[in-house]
Design a protein around this ligand. Structure first.
Ligand SMILES: [Zn+2]
Length: 315
């Protein structure tokens, strides 16, 4: 029998058919859309699931369950996506919308929790029984595995580490508080930091990469400039990594997970990102005398672990 995992990312939706050895044997992918209405969401998810089953050459009689990784907050009991910034509305009854098309058990979970589960079952976290995933995208998310299971707290929304304050009276956050981890450690913060420096340092080679137009600056160009060793980009990146390490040290101090895995496209920076974080966490962490320490890893670039974790929600 097979399982289906779906990942609703910020602009496109992906689906995969997983076999019993956690291997992907079929895939589906939607077109990019900036925002989706409820009808578009329903039709796109249905289409990518059918596409993945066609690709795997199986029909729905062989499917055990469907798991959906959704951005934002989800209510697992009711199957409702409560809030996500890339939907045009709130409170989407996603499980009911999909049930009528597939007549299979449908599980819903926050995407960072799905990444954590995927890495725990089939990725870098297969040792021990605890894992924390830190997702770095436009915002910063977190997923927690305790005793081999997703830990959601009393209402399913545990692990929102992006809104842990690391600088009281710091930058204003979208959540209403000031100085949240997300306002310093998101990709948006990194790009904004480079942009602010470029406003006073027009001699930087980055200006050539963006045709002298700051509106052309994006995260891909910033990653490229960092990888090239551009002095301005490195200066901003060092400060950024320091804030990232402060938040990660807080998480390590509180939970001491066996594994902490960082996800998001920023992982394309590889050791340039990982090495300074590991070093700074080693310098700051409380557990300096313990023999056993949290293993800090990066997700592989283009990782399927969110999809795989979504497919395994029924386990
Ligand atoms: Zn916040």
């Amino acid at each position: 029998m097979f399982r289906i995992g779906v990942n609703i990312a910020s602009d496109k939706i992906k689906a995969a058919v997983l076999d019993e050895y956690f291997r992907i044997i079929g895939r589906g992918q939607s077109e990019k859309r900036k925002k989706r209405t409820a009808d578009e969401l329903e039709s796109d998810i249905t289409a990518v699931i059918n596409q993945a089953m066609d690709d795997a050459k199986i029909d729905k009689d062989y499917i055990l369950s469907i798991g959906i990784a959704a951005p934002g907050t989800v209510d697992k009991e009711s199957g409702i996506v409560e809030h996500a910034s890339n939907f045009d509305f709130e409170l989407i009854p996603l499980r009911d919308l999909l049930w009528k098309h597939f007549d299979k058990p449908i599980y819903l979970e926050n995407d960072a929790n799905c990444l954590a589960l995927g890495e725990f079952k089939a990725g870098v976290g297969t040792r021990g029984d605890s894992l924390m995933a830190v997702t770095i995208n436009k915002g910063v998310g977190g997923g927690l595995i305790f005793d081999g299971k997703i830990f959601g707290g009393c209402n399913g929304t545990a692990g929102e580490i992006g809104h842990m304050v690391i600088n009281v009276d710091g930058e204003q956050c979208t959540c209403g508080r000031r100085g949240c981890f997300e306002t310093y450690a998101s990709v948006r913060a990194l790009v904004a930091g480079v942009k602010a420096e470029l406003e006073t340092d027009k001699d930087s080679a980055i200006m050539g990469m963006i045709d002298n137009d700051l509106d052309n600056l994006n995260e891909k160009i910033v990653y490229e400039a960092i990888a090239n060793g551009d002095a301005l980009a490195i200066r901003v990146f060092e400060k950024y990594v320091y804030f990232l390490s402060v938040g990660i040290t807080n998480i390590v101090n509180i939970f001491q997970p066996e594994t902490l895995v960082i996800g998001g496209d920023i992982c394309t920076l590889g050791k340039t990102l990982l090495n300074p974080i590991v070093k700074m966490v080693e310098e700051q962490r409380f557990s300096i005398h313990s023999d056993r320490q949290t293993d800090i890893r990066l997700c592989e670039s283009g990782s399927d672990m969110t999809l795989i974790g979504a497919a395994l929600l029924d386990e």
